[in-house]
Ligand binder design. Structure first.
Ligand code: SF4
Ligand code: MG
Length: 330
């Protein structure tokens, strides 16, 4: 496997009145060429902050304090604004939960689809128009010429998300970062959007970093899974390893929790207890208050992420010999 994106030791912290919140706390994630990696966890676990850090989209009071974001071996965090703009919407495209917020209400769909093509490619206006029609067809939209003249508010959520994917594809990105792209959609439309993303991955070998709290989506999409809890990666493995042999008690909890379908038809997995206040955490396992396997060592020292196999890593004292060596009692 050839790495396309390597998030290395990322530290993104928010300085609030209530203290500093380590939203992305020494996070490592690799996305290889042609791969779909799902970043999964409850809301507030730091997965969106990690995704936003990739494109340096963190705003005050957030600060990227350390680490590297290597894209094709170049550190994005060292790039200036011009190089960054060139990367965004060109080599790396992003799709968000709320397509409406990414589109400008006063411009037509056509204008907004054409813009990145005219900016990032050498296409003429007519060629760009034809490319837009082709991209719309690719994401399953019909009456495309009509749509080009429409305004965002005239389209449904599912159609808008297809437009966002079409825009994302317009410059042949190598990587798509999708942050809960289907969470606001009903289940039928959600399934269609996931299908489109999988086809793109297969056909064009586009890598996808897919951020979600929904394990149903993970099972559907992922080659590999990275589980985050309280700003840290707690487990990582292939989709089979995570679903068939989960190791971390948090991952097990997520898998055993019964999905509850709420009125937005969103699947919510709930484990008793709450994500801890990230501003008050010390040197201990961040899951200790919710963990049924808790031992003394868990409250005394943070377990590091260590390998169980070449593809499977876990951060939990249950799987370590280390505490004895450190002279701590279990
Ligand atoms: Fe539970 Fe301890 Fe493992 Fe944390 S380190 S998940 S508290 S067993
Ligand atoms: Mg989020």
């Amino acid at each position: 496997a050839t790495p396309l994106l390597e998030i290395k030791d990322l530290q993104t912290t928010f300085y609030t009145e209530h203290g500093s919140v380590k939203a992305s706390n020494h996070v490592n994630v690799t996305v290889n060429k042609g791969e779909i990696v799902c970043l999964v966890g409850e809301s507030g676990c730091g997965k969106s902050v990690t995704a936003m850090s990739i494109m340096k989209l963190i705003e005050a009071p957030g600060v990227i304090e350390g680490g590297q974001i290597l894209f094709q071996d170049q550190d994005i965090l060292t790039l200036g604004n011009k190089a960054l703009r060139n990367l965004r919407g060109n080599d790396i495209a992003m799709i968000f939960q709320e397509p409406m917020s990414a589109l400008n209400p006063v411009y037509t769909i056509g204008d907004q689809m054409m813009e990145p093509l005219l900016q990032h490619t050498k296409l003429s206006k007519n060629e760009a128009y034809d490319k837009c029609i082709e991209l719309m067809e690719k994401v399953g939209l019909s009456r495309t010429k009509q749509l080009m003249k429409s305004y965002p508010h005239e389209l449904s959520g599912g159609m808008l998300q297809r437009i966002m994917i079409a825009i994302a594809l317009s410059c042949d990105p190598k990587l798509i970062i999708a942050d809960e792209p289907t969470t606001a959609l009903d289940v039928t439309i959600q399934a269609q959007i996931l299908e489109i993303l999988k086809e793109i991955n297969k056909e064009l070998q586009t890598s996808i970093l897919f951020i979600t709290h929904d394990l149903g989506v993970v099972a559907e999409m992922a080659d590999r899974v990275v589980v985050m809890y309280a700003g840290k990666v707690v487990e990582e493995g292939t989709v089979l390893e995570i679903f068939k042999e989960p190791k971390h008690p948090y991952t097990k909890g997520l898998l055993h929790a019964k999905p509850v379908i709420n009125k937005f038809q969103e699947r919510l997995y709930t484990i008793p207890g709450q994500v801890p206040d990230l501003s008050t955490l010390g040197d201990h396992c961040f899951f200790q208050d919710r963990c049924e396997y808790r031992m003394d060592i868990c409250g005394q020292s943070m377990p590091a992420l260590t390998s169980e196999s070449t593809t499977h890593c876990v951060a939990c004292w249950l799987y370590k010999e280390a505490p004895r060596k450190k002279g701590l009692k279990i």
